[in-house]
Design a binder for this molecule. Structure first.
Ligand code: TYD
Length: 383
């Protein structure tokens, strides 16, 4: 049975940045989150049509983030030593795959602007959504692979069973399926309700993943918590019938998730109460700031902050972001201008930290700041 536990109201596409003169009506949907007590999966109630989100307008570029580039370079180096053939699902602008030889790697990327980049770099690239049919086609064109890698993409896919069957189909016996996505445990621990948005069709616990992967003939052999995207898990799965050695981390993570009761709906009902409380505090703080005529701006035009601004009805004066293709556009839903950090308008008084997943890096970079950061993670705080 499915239980809706969180209602984040009417939300636009979290990465649906608008042009200043854009006239067409903006897409909004009801963002509700549910827990399925059959497989323990936490998902959006209403999946947004993938073509609306992942198309040639997609704004997020991995290569714009130094942290993510370092992350992928390190990881690719580890794989390169051991593996021959790699498939990446959701290859974005090639930040990971570019570390592999062209003849050994194949990319799947439905956003055509990015697919063109890896194609230009000489990689066989399929600009389609991952599904079972595509796995069959790639097996015909390229053969089976040693590794399927996917970062922040599996959680975007509405039909996970089909997606996982496709992975099981294309993996060689003994091959590894390595994927990274935001961790439900971290969401619960950090009160990070803003991890729920259109693109995140699901937020995974290891407990839920095991049920789904088993259904596709795979099992989890290792898991590692990693800091990316506000707290993720890197999961490694293999075919159930291959000679698996299961790392002790897997049992440990299952135990930890059980201790946090991620298999029980009441956990999520409690979480939703904390989210409402968080919203109330944030709105009070912002009202106070506005009453006193202080300035309020935003730092990082993240998808996550789209959720916060729209859920809480907060409209900063402007938002800075380092990503060139977000600059000059308007924040989804609230239509606040996004500007370059180098522009003439400078932060002052209070600044909402939209990019809280880079908090450490930003606090160092902005250590001489004349303004105060506000974060809502794990609770509303002025830093
Ligand atoms: P991201 O981590 O992708 O978050 P989300 O998945 O919620 O969109 O985005 C981080 C954004 O923050 C990205 O657009 C770049 C921006 N940013 C800054 O503007 N300044 C900074 O110092 C950092 C680290 C990021």
């Amino acid at each position: 049975m499915k239980h809706i536990f969180l209602d984040l109201g009417r939300q636009p596409l979290a990465n649906g940045f608008r042009e200043p003169n854009q006239q067409d009506p903006e897409f909004f949907f009801d963002l509700k989150v549910l827990f399925d007590d059959f497989n323990y999966l936490v998902s959006l109630e209403n999946f947004v049509q993938p073509e609306l989100m992942f198309n040639d307008q997609y704004a997020y570029t991995t290569s714009n983030s130094e942290t993510m580039c370092r992350h992928f370079a390190k990881l690719a180096y580890e794989f390169n030593l051991q593996y021959n053939k790699v498939l990446e699902i959701g290859s974005n602008d090639g930040a990971f795959i570019k570390h592999f030889k062209q003849e050994n790697a194949v990319a799947v990327e439905p956003c055509k602007n990015f697919a063109e980049i890896t194609r230009q770099l000489g990689y066989r690239t399929y600009d389609s959504f991952w599904n079972f049919d595509l796995s069959e086609q790639i097996v015909r064109d390229f053969g089976l692979v040693d590794v399927v890698y996917s970062a922040n993409c599996m959680c975007h896919i509405p039909d996970l069973i089909e997606a996982f069957h496709g992975v099981a189909h294309i993996l060689k016996s003994g091959g590894q399926f390595i994927f990274e996505d935001p961790s439900l445990l971290q969401v619960i621990k950090n009160n990070a309700f803003d991890q729920f948005y259109d693109e995140h069709a699901h937020i995974f616990s290891l407990t839920a993943l095991q049920v789904l992967l088993n259904e596709a003939g795979m099992t989890i052999v290792d898991v590692k918590p990693i800091p990316t995207h506000g707290g993720s898990n890197r999961v490694i799965a293999q075919h159930i019938n291959s000679p698996n050695i299961i790392n002790k981390n897997v049992e440990r993570m299952f135990d930890l998730e059980a201790a946090y009761k991620l298999h029980q709906k009441d956990t999520f009902i409690e979480f939703a109460k904390r989210v409402e409380h968080n919203k109330k505090h944030l709105v009070e703080l912002v009202n106070n700031i506005r009453d006193k005529k202080y300035a309020l701006s935003g730092y990082g035009a993240t998808s996550k902050s789209t959720v916060v601004y729209n859920y809480c009805g907060i409209e900063p004066d402007f938002i800075t972001d380092t990503t060139p293709n977000k600059q000059g556009k308007l924040m989804p839903g609230i239509h606040t201008p996004i500007i370059s950090p180098e522009s003439r308008m400078q932060h002052k008084d209070y600044v909402f930290l939209g990019a809280w997943n880079f908090m450490d890096e930003i606090l160092v970079k902005e250590r001489f700041r004349q303004y105060k950061f506000i974060t809502h993670i794990p609770q509303v705080t002025i830093l």
